[in-house]
Design a protein around this ligand. Structure first.
Ligand code: HAM
Length: 412
């Protein structure tokens, strides 16, 4: 679990702010959901035999003996909230959210136990056009951030019936090669055989490569859906790579699944993952509603952006106000507040807790401000302000407060 320090915050803010802008432009509205839910919600939606539910949740009993878990992701809570609040009755919804998620994983670069996601979910739309919209939206975010080096991987998991038939076939195949399976895969054979395809064990690469491919066993409707989605993406100029091994780590998906991946972050290269989950709303107790969504790992995107030299929002002050002497301190306080009244958004840092002018000007310099305002005994008596440019060549001048403000209006 990491502290995000003030020096790192500008990149986080730029990313989160740009995400908010883009989803808002596409008509998504924010949902804020609790960080805790009943454990059962996650078990039922993400799947009993997934890594997340089996090994990675922070689960505890509350004082009432109820089992609660810190949310490992946002989709389950989002569905729960939409069902509970009646947001899915005969209507479509476009929702976005952001915040910390918790998974007890083995920490490494790009993988943390508390991490942040920004995500979006859409309900009530069954066609491939909303799948395309979600992907286009993410691609627009990359463009707006200037993010480089991410590629889109795409797959379809078909209907749940098609997947069940495929599952049987896969189990048959892996059983026939039982000796070649590692321990993890043997365990998964009965519980979650599709996840074997996701193995990172190089010794199984060959076996997995020769396994039957789900894309070859799609039901007709899913096949049509997927063809149309590919057509839409191509016509919108989005490049993608078909990856028949892409199964995702959560059980609720059907049909379209996708990931944006990069090779610049080492082993944890997925920056965004998502897909359709048409059965989940009903499973959680709502009336059936088609659904699709994605979530992005903020730490991973921040790391990519930083590697590219991305600076984020500039949070340095523009002005630094130095005062010395009791009368000057009072005058300075009033001047600062008048300037803030006149220029909303003005970034003005005041020196607090005294010090000589020399030390205050050193602080001014370190703060990154472009201009220092100085009010000493003389200025306090006269009602003037000394304006001292800290960068470049402009010269220092002492002006009545109003004129100083006019000068600033022209020079900020
Ligand atoms: P997920 O693939 O488990 O999907 O997570 C989405 C993204 O969160 C990952 O691609 C990764 O960037 C980031 N992430 C996951 N675990 C960690 C970690 N331990 N440390 C850092 N980053 C991490 C979901 O969570 C689904 N709810 C996405 C979704 C929304 N599907 C439909 N709607």
């Amino acid at each position: 679990m990491n502290d995000i320090l003030p020096a790192q915050a500008p990149v986080w803010q730029a990313l989160e702010g740009t995400f908010r802008d883009v989803v808002t432009e596409y008509g998504y509205r924010e949902l804020r959901i609790p960080i805790l839910e009943f454990t059962e919600l996650f078990a039922r939606s993400i799947g009993e035999v997934t890594d997340i539910v089996e090994k990675e949740m922070y689960t505890f009993l509350d004082r009432n003996g109820e089992s609660l878990s810190l949310r490992p992701e946002g989709t389950a809570g989002c569905v729960r909230s939409c069902v509970e609040n009646g947001l899915l009755h005969n209507q479509t919804q476009r929702i976005w959210y952001s915040g910390p998620m918790f998974r007890y994983e083995r920490p490494q670069k790009g993988r943390y136990r508390q991490f942040y996601q920004v995500g979006a979910e859409a309900y009530g739309m069954a066609g491939p056009d909303i799948d395309a919209e979600m992907i286009l939206l993410t691609a627009r975010l990359w463009r707006r951030l200037g993010l480089e080096g991410v590629t889109l991987q795409l797959n379809s998991l078909g209907s749940s019936e098609a997947r069940a038939a495929y599952r049987n076939q896969l189990v048959g195949y892996f059983r026939a090669h039982y000796d070649a399976l590692d321990e993890d895969s043997r365990r998964r054979l009965d519980s979650n055989p599709l996840r074997i395809l996701d193995t990172k064990n190089p010794q199984m690469a060959d076996l997995v490569a020769r396994a039957p491919v789900l894309l070859d066993h799609l039901d007709v409707e899913s096949e049509r859906h997927f063809e149309r989605l590919k057509e839409m993406l191509s016509s919108a100029g989005i490049e993608f790579e078909l990856n028949p091994r892409l199964v995702r780590g959560l059980d609720y998906y059907s049909r379209t699944v996708f990931e944006w991946v990069t090779d610049r972050l080492g082993a944890q290269g997925t920056v965004c993952g998502g897909g359709r989950y048409d059965a989940l709303v009903e499973q959680i107790g709502g009336r059936p509603s088609p659904a699709i969504g994605f979530a992005m790992g903020v730490e991973r995107l921040v790391a990519l952006l930083q590697d590219q030299g991305y600076q984020g929002l500039d949070d340095r002050p523009w002005l630094f106000l130095a005062t010395a002497g009791t009368a000057a301190e009072l005058a300075g306080l009033r001047t600062a507040e008048r300037l803030r009244d006149r220029f909303p958004g003005l970034r003005l840092l005041t020196n607090c807790s005294g010090g000589s002018f020399k030390s205050q000007l050193k602080r001014a310099d370190r703060s990154g401000a472009g201009i220092a305002l100085i009010i000493g005994e003389q200025e306090a008596v006269e009602g003037t302000v000394t304006v001292k440019p800290l960068r470049g060549t402009g010269e220092q001048r002492t002006l009545p407060e109003m004129e100083a403000a006019d000068f600033l209006a022209d020079h900020l």
